[in-house]
Design a protein around this ligand. Sequence first.
Ligand code: ADP
Length: 489
Amino acid sequence: MTSLLALTRPDLFQTQNFIAGAWVDSTAHYPVVNPATGALLAQVARAGATETQAAIAAAQQALPGWRRTLAKERGTVLRRWSALMLAHCDDLAALLTAEQGKPLAEARGEVAYAASFLEWFAEEGRRVYGEVVPPHKLGARVVVTKEPVGVVAAITPWNFPLAMVTRKVGAALAAGCSMVLKPSEETPLSAFALAVLGQEAGVPAGVFNVVSGDAPAIGDAVMQSDVVRKVSFTGSTRVGKLLMRQASDTLKRVSLELGGNAPFIVFDDADVDAAVVGAMASKFRNAGQTCVCVNRFFIQDGIYDRFMERFAVAVRALKVGEGTAPGSDIGPLINTTALQKVERHVQDAIALGANLIVGGESHALGGTFYQPTLLTNANVQMQLAQEETFGPVAACFRFKTEDEVLALANDTPFGLSAYFYSRDLARVWDFAERLQVGMVGVNEGMISTEVAPFGGVKESGFGREGSSHGLDDYLSLKYMLVGGLRTGG
Ligand code: ADP
């Protein structure tokens, strides 16, 4: 099948599974559609258990050769891969927007962000240092080394079809692991394009495999395999918990990056203009479909009116449209289930006393487009206070004291990210320490970067991605006690 998109590199459009360095068809196929138009983009080979087992076998076969290469050589491949992504940024962004819906400018930003993980781990991979420990007895030496965990599986979501993949595959390959990736069945085209560029960069056959299709069947095959020693998952808490249960049969290691319920707190002493900029970026990026998106805004009494007035102006100015339309800020939601959840949350909030300030309905463009929405007078009984809305809806609460807002912010099973705006240095440190989350943005609304550890606490999961810590998830410690030596000295 050829692409309807005008790509500079038409071969980046692939619709089959990538196993052992080859494109492999399946007996069944499924449609991938453009969420902005409903138009068919591709009929994609639908992988199940058979394809997954083949991909695992390919990764197993490729593992010894890959883990034997020098870290420097693996780094060279990863750096080339990163450079190829940047060189083909427009094509990758076009594919990404077509299957995911986000505005093209955001898609280009994601390409650069995704490429940064490959570059980062190309460098970090050379610093997998061990330890020489003072021994516990004479005539012995104690040495600790780090080894790749082996064949790993990655299961990724549709909201960042490239970046969620590269921050796993960059770390895994730098560590010397081989990988089977299952991208979201909604957005496999970006992952396939990534595989094309990986092969071109010199990733050997079998080191990186991609299977997309029947999620539970692929998931079961991965989780039942005793070859796969680790699974790294980004997605819903529901599926994360299922995978963790399944992992117990083979005692696989798991890293889970799950949902959040991020608070965004504006204290009386905040820079109000900076707070509005941060609020817009952290709420409305990707139409509110990121796991670090703000889900609850808490505004202190003394700044409430000034903040809300400016926030409402900014929300009203957002332009809704297809990702390819010039100037679009907000694209469609990924599918009708997502739209229904947003509608349910807004209706429930209004029924429980929220005031609708902006939006509140499906957008005139139809499909899964929803109006950027601003609600005030939110309270903890509302569904949107308890679950991630994952849409362009800002729900605002008013608070009086720091203790009150801390209790509200932490009153959730989730603990991924939190944001707050304050210029009181004493408060900044203390308050950040008392937030039960893995990541805090202080006077910043955008916290994602390859240089810092991304991950959560509580039911937002565990494991860290990016940063020097991102490699740890793909490494095992081995300790060697060498006895019978001379004592030296
Ligand atoms: P969302 O609700 O945001 O789509 P999901 O957790 O359903 O989040 O999806 C994240 C990833 O998990 C996707 O790649 C999806 O295909 C995958 N997935 C869904 N169900 C299963 C399952 N039973 N086993 C393995 N992976 C699954």
